[in-house]
Design a protein around this ligand. Structure first.
Ligand code: ADP
Length: 632
């Protein structure tokens, strides 16, 4: 039994394919995790890296407390089940299950105990003496599951184990694998391209696309709060309907206008508190997502429901469900997937004529909205920013009836604009008066919803915040202001970049040998960071060599990233030219030029001119610049 930790895992195949990019995740002991996504998204590669069947190009994978990057597959304490059961045809079921245990030289009694117990759990006791060819696909897959569970692994890996089975068996085996998980109390990691399998089996699901994780959450949360259009469309059958439209805020209501249709629907503004105001001006197109079950024939809905005209095309009988296809564009055909095609569930009434025009009611409480270009949700569960109108005047910034003094670091011409406040740049305690409306824990973070002069805002805090009156301070170095398409106040970068390479040198060291001190030449590695040479800890050198390869590691350009709190001034180090002091009031930062780069360094004292700075190596991120792969 063990959890797993993935830190910045990458897989680059020798032909240059980046199959997995910056995969980060913490899997708890006994979870049932499903990796799901279309073919080629990198799910099998990830599983194979866990198994040790593929090298990890960069990053750190731990099973339990042990980093396993360089651990042989057989020593990882995992067992893997594949799609093609890979049973030995000449051996009986018993021998197939016992095979691995015999190799590991377990006693006959222990092997017998484990095999009979596994056979019992899987209901294949009566087949133990048979050969695989005498068994059905489902039974063979049970044997291969048996072969995995007798190893009593810490982690069970399953790669599309059910795709060779017919639909009925798949459903049955799905339930059996879930039961097996509950019984074995082991961590399961399961790969599938089938979202139904993912939704029914996973305690959490990792949705992947093109080698990138799209979202990690419970089945219910993925369904209810998809973070982008891809996840919204991938999870759920039939696929979510996607339309195009615009949003126009009119007082406390927002009018949603559907493109290619006359439909206009009004929803309360409270549903759209998290949306950036720029989406609500009536001319920025958005993608509107609604699931089939949130739509129905209008006379079945209550009288106040929002209604849209639909031209019916055809229906699909699924037994338990009838899906009606149509188009909200009276010239559309209802067959082709488009921004106007609509699919909804019939509830009783299924007797429609092709071409008939009916009213369909939309349950807007379940609407999803996405940016047309980025496809990201514009109503994210945890918003990243608050967007409010503001005015900068005479070194002060006013917004929502409040006025704050801008610190000397922020120079801004007088203007009106949009203020962006990151939700994690707000601190409760001191500052402007607010009214906390709610505090909700979401995936380990606290989302605080509060009002400032009647306007809703959000904060993400490490601690819970009580409802009622409170004070909030804004971290002014994190804000930005846009005015007339220009950024007039830029937030201070949270990380600075530096360039360099790994260096190898022979250095003379004094060593003790047989009681005598001797001078000896030894090979040492250094992190070349701009003009400085920092001692490279062995662990870092090793990771760089493993990721880049011993031949290329010394030639490979590296990019270092470090936060403003993770540098110190020193006698020797990276030569930097202080160009100004960014004075944010409570904190001051030296703005340093290092070659082409600008580096921010927390500066307690007054510093100027040429200085030397040193990063905290522990906090340094090291990126292989050409491939954009984070190695450390
Ligand atoms: P999935 O399991 O999601 O279908 P894979 O992990 O098998 O996807 O593949 C991810 C990507 O890596 C794909 O683009 C695939 O073509 C590529 N790939 C897989 N194996 C190799 C390999 N041995 N060499 C080069 N590219 C590979």
């Amino acid at each position: 039994m063990a959890g797993l930790s993935f830190k910045h895992i990458y897989k680059v195949y020798p032909n240059g394919t980046k199959a997995v990019n910056d995969f980060n995740m913490q899997i708890e002991d006994k979870e049932f995790i499903v990796f799901v996504g279309p073919s080629g998204c990198g799910k099998s590669t990830t599983l194979r890296m866990i198994a040790g069947l593929e090298d990890i190009s960069a990053g750190e994978l731990a099973i339990g407390d042990m980093v396993v990057n360089d651990v042989e597959p057989k020593d990882r304490d995992i067992a893997m089940v594949f799609q093609n059961y890979a049973l030995y045809p000449h051996m009986t079921v018993y021998e197939n299950i016992a095979f691995g245990l015999r190799l590991r030289k377990l006693s006959k009694e222990e092997i017998h105990r484990r095999v009979t117990e596994a056979a019992d759990i899987l209901g294949i006791t009566e087949y133990l003496a048979k050969k695989p060819k005498e068994m059905s696909g489902g039974q063979r897959q049970r044997v291969s599951l048996g072969r995995a569970i007798v190893r009593e692994p810490k982690v069970m890996l399953l790669d599309e184990p059910l795709s060779n089975l017919d639909a009925k068996l798949r459903t049955q085996m799905r339930a059996e694998i879930s039961k097996l998980h509950a019984r074995l109390k082991t961590t399961f990691i399961y790969v599938t391209h089938d979202q139904v399998e993912a939704m029914t089996m996973g305690t959490r699901i990792v949705v992947m696309k093109n080698g990138f994780v799209q979202q990690i959450d419970t089945p219910k949360n993925l369904y209810n709060y998809p973070g982008n259009k891809f996840v919204a469309g991938f999870i759920g059958t039939p696929q979510m309907n996607f339309f195009e439209g615009t949003l126009l805020k009119k007082g406390e209501e927002v009018e949603i206008k559907f493109e290619y249709s006359d439909a206009k629907i009004t929803v309360p503004y409270s549903m759209l508190y998290k949306a950036r105001p720029a989406y609500l001006n009536g001319d920025r197109k958005v993608c509107i997502g609604l699931r089939a079950e949130n739509l129905c024939v209008a006379d079945k809905a209550d009288k106040n429901a929002a209604v849209i005209k639909v031209k019916i095309s055809h229906k699909e009988e699924l037994g338990n469900q009838t899906l009606i296809y149509g188009d909200i564009n009276m010239d559309g055909d209802g067959y082709t997937e488009s921004a106007t095609r609509i699919i909804f569930e019939a509830r009783g009434e299924t007797d429609f004529r092709t071409g008939e025009i009916i009213d369909v009611a939309l349950d807007m409480n379940h609407v999803h909205l996405f940016d047309i270009e980025t496809e990201e949700s514009i109503l994210p569960r945890i918003p990243e920013y608050n967007y409010v109108d503001c005015e900068a005047k005479g070194g002060k910034l006013s917004f929502l009836g409040n006025e704050v003094m801008l610190p000397p670091a922020i120079n801004c011409k007088d203007c009106k604009g949009e203020l962006l406040i990151p939700t994690d740049a707000l601190d409760f305690g001191d500052g402007i008066d607010v009214n906390v409306v709610s505090c909700e824990e979401i995936n380990g973070k606290n989302l605080v919803s509060f009002e400032v002069s009647g306007r809703r805002m959000f904060a993400v805090t490490p601690e819970q915040v009580k409802e009622g009156k409170a004070k909030v301070e804004i971290d002014l170095k994190r804000i930005s202001v846009l005015s007339g398409g220009e950024t007039v106040i830029e937030s201070m970068p949270q990380t600075s970049c530096l360039n360099g390479k790994l260096l190898k040198e022979k250095v003379e060291e004094t060593v003790e040998e047989k009681g005598k001190t001797k001078k000896k030449k030894v090979v040492k590695f250094f992190l070349g960071v701009e003009d400085a040479k920092l001692d490279a800890p062995d662990e870092i050198t090793q990771k760089l060599i493993t990721a880049i390869g011993v031949k290329r590691v010394l030639d490979e350009p590296l990019r270092y990233e470090c936060g403003p709190y993770d540098f110190r001034f020193a006698e020797e180090g990276i030569t930097a030219e202080v160009v100004e002091i960014a004075d944010y009031g409570k904190e001051k930062f030296a703005v340093c030029k290092v070659g082409e780069n600008t580096v921010y360094v927390l500066a307690d004292e007054q510093v100027s001119g040429t200085v030397h700075i040193l990063p905290d190596i522990e906090k340094l991120a090291i990126i292989q610049s050409k491939m954009d792969i984070r190695i450390i």
